[in-house]
Write a protein that binds this ligand. Structure first.
Ligand SMILES: Nc1ncnc2c1ncn2[C@@H]1O[C@H](COP(=O)(O)OP(=O)(O)OP(=O)(O)O)[C@@H](O)[C@H]1O
Length: 253
């Protein structure tokens, strides 16, 4: 579903992503991990068509630069780390923005657009907040709204940049379980970045460890979440415990 070859991204004249190769199969969940500044968000933004890049990116077999904007938006939905929210915007109207690729120019949203918004609000437990202004919500509530907009967009591929960073442990699990359930029900493909390594390992089919804009390890959680790799690339001493759902990473003093 996602194929990336030799991706290079420069920001402000500096190489931030340096020759990234990545494959995400249809229906697969791949999570990119790596220390701060490794280039995770930059790679994700390039794959979502939000940044200029060198190299090849294709989505569902079509080169990203050959997908017209509307079609790209129906193919891939990105949830950025801190999306810009128009001041005073209501939850419902923000989620409705996810339907923009389906609304004809100068036309109005259809009943199926409104139904998709309602469905996303229900899925993320936001029905009671539909008329609230986004700027009155807590960080976690806002993060659920961002995800709702991506779901309403109806794309088969979700790019999630730190989707749970503002969520408490209960909502973290709820949101990730929901994404995983939708992945099964709707055949979604997920490419995410995450900092919580144990949780990342629990949900991902495969992980990619990025450091200095390059892939330094890739494989299953057990292959990537090792003491040696984490010590080398995060410069931290950790204990990796074999948990039921995958490796549990615990920093040690
Ligand atoms: N416009 C810019 N000009 C120069 N450097 C930039 C620019 N934007 C981002 N960077 C740098 O690119 C590097 C990678 O940033 P990116 O946000 O992709 O990292 P990340 O792995 O997602 O980090 P984090 O875990 O902190 O979110 C950082 O060192 C950042 O300072």
């Amino acid at each position: 579903m996602i194929t990336v070859r030799g991706l290079r991204v420069l920001l402000g004249g500096t190489v931030i992503v340096d020759g990234l190769d990545l494959d995400v199969a249809d229906g697969e969940w791949v999570t990119i991990i790596g220390p701060n500044g490794a280039g995770k968000s930059t790679a994700l933004r390039a794959i979502g068509g939000l940044l200029p890049f060198h190299g090849d990116i294709s989505l569902g077999g079509t080169a990203l630069d050959r997908l017209p904007r509307r079609e790209r938006a129906r193919t891939v939905a990105t949830v950025a780390q801190s999306p810009v929210v128009p001041p005073g915007m209501l939850v419902f109207d923000y989620v409705l923005l996810g339907r923009t690729p389906y609304v004809p120019a100068l036309g109005r949203e259809s009943a199926s657009d409104l139904a998709a918004v309602d469905e996303a609000l229900v899925a993320l437990d936001l029905v009671d907040m539909r008329a609230r202004r986004l700027d009155t919500l807590s960080g976690g509530e806002r993060q659920r709204v961002f995800l709702a907009r991506a779901l309403a967009q109806g794309a088969r591929t979700l790019l999630l940049d730190e989707p749970t960073s503002a969520l408490d442990i209960g909502h973290q699990q709820e949101v990730l379980d929901l994404v995983d359930r939708l992945r099964g029900e709707r055949g979604l493909t997920v490419l995410a970045t995450m900092h919580d390594l144990s949780i990342a390992g629990e949900y991902a089919d495969r992980m990619v460890l990025l450091d200095g804009g390059r892939v330094v390890a890739a494989g299953t959680a057990r292959e990537v979440l090792t003491q040696e790799l984490l010590a080398k690339h995060y410069r931290v001493r950790v204990k990796v415990i074999d948990g039921e759902q995958g490796p549990l990473v615990v920093p040690v003093r």
